[in-house]
Ligand binder design. Structure first.
Ligand SMILES: Nc1nc2c(c(=O)[nH]1)N[C@H]1C(S)=C(S)[C@@H](COP(=O)(O)O)O[C@H]1N2
Ligand SMILES: [Mo]
Length: 332
């Protein structure tokens, strides 16, 4: 297969918004994160095709027009970059909330008649090149096949418009609830397999070391799939001075694979945690939390928020990508 032209070539990213700037419920396309490990392949919609093969009785090749024949599914989901795979424990809070539309992967797989031995869905991107000193001929990721039923899309629209080149034009995977790294852009091939994919992006990177209670590596690793509970404070903004006299609102966003059931906020380094109100879970979207807070005293204070997922996981204080968000402010 001839390789697509990459423009730009090599690692490329955009992180337009800091947490306190994520004011819109649905992030405008220009404000969304962009993360490309190898560059941006320039693909032509009418020359594009997607092969679906591997452990399936009926392998398929779909042109873009064939993709449009599947029922169009729409959903809104948070979209989070896990951060650099070279620094897996570093919090980066690269998060947005996006409206997607496309074909359901479940509908396409049904037409391929997967073999019972298929356990993973591998996805290949049209990008290639060097990342972290390793040369790859495709961006290859995998997800467990059970996940496909839960709204995984082959998306061709983002926020009501065709995908922009840097977001995967003409079609990409979207795995709501999983870290962005799994949502393969410039999708060219889907392969059903009985094992995890063997490429650098599923073996060398995006496998977190599992630590024991004392924080020491156990030697085991865990794929960077489901998004761990996380929250960001949007307001007040870092460095803001808030009036000492009046109560004010603290608000932000919280999210996790499967949703968040509680958010607590502290203004005294965790000595007391105040429960916030939180919107009910709405599929895979981020949830707004808020609380009325009456500052006490004057001077510098650090606000921090901690989310708890529906499965009972809580954000750690530090040392993980989903560590609590801290916002220094002044009460004046
Ligand atoms: N083919 C391909 N898909 C990819 C990537 C990539 O480098 N190549 N980057 C992944 C990562 S790490 C993230 S966070 C998301 C970012 O998607 P976006 O740029 O559309 O926001 O795409 C994922 N899909
Ligand atoms: Mo990412």
């Amino acid at each position: 297969m001839t390789r697509a032209k990459l423009d730009p070539q090599g690692f490329f990213r955009r992180i337009p918004l800091a947490p306190h700037q994520t004011r819109d419920r649905v992030t405008r396309t220009d404000d969304t994160i962009v993360l490309c490990h190898l560059g941006v392949p320039r693909l032509y919609r009418d020359a594009w095709s997607l092969t679906v093969d591997g452990l399936a009785a009926q392998p398929l090749t779909l042109r873009f027009a064939d993709l449009l024949r599947y029922p169009k599914a729409e959903l809104t989901s948070f979209h989070q970059c896990a951060g650099s795979p070279l620094q897996p424990f570093e919090p980066t809070r690269r998060i947005c909330n996006i409206r997607w539309a496309g074909a359901r992967l479940a509908d396409i797989l049904a037409d391929c008649r997967p073999n019972a031995a298929a356990r993973y869905v591998w996805s290949y991107g049209a990008d290639y090149g060097e990342f972290g000193g390793v040369e790859v001929d495709t961006y290859l990721k995998d997800i467990p096949i059970e996940r496909v039923q839960s709204d995984v899309l082959i998306a061709y629209e983002m926020n009501g418009e065709p995908l922009k080149p840097e977001h995967g034009f003409p079609a990409r995977l979207v795995v709501p609830g999983f870290y962005g790294t799994n949502s393969v852009k410039w999708l060219t091939r889907i392969q059903l397999a009985d094992s995890r994919a063997a490429g650098a992006f599923t073996t060398r990177w995006y496998n977190d070391p599992v630590l024991d209670g004392a924080g020491h590596p156990t030697g085991q690793t865990m794929p960077v799939w489901a998004v761990a509970p996380e929250s960001i404070i949007v307001s007040p903004a870092p460095g803001e001075t808030v009036g000492a006299a009046a109560a004010r609102e603290i608000h932000g966003w919280a999210w996790a694979d499967g949703g968040v059931r509680a958010v607590d906020v502290t203004a005294d380094d965790g000595a007391t945690w105040l429960p916030a109100e939180i919107e009910p879970v709405n599929a895979h979207q981020w949830q707004r939390f808020s609380l009325r807070w009456k500052p006490s005293g004057r001077g510098n204070v650090t606000l921090a928020s901690c989310a708890e997922s529906n499965t009972g996981l809580r954000q750690p204080a530090s040392g993980r990508r989903n560590a609590v968000h801290r916002v220094p402010i002044t009460i004046g």
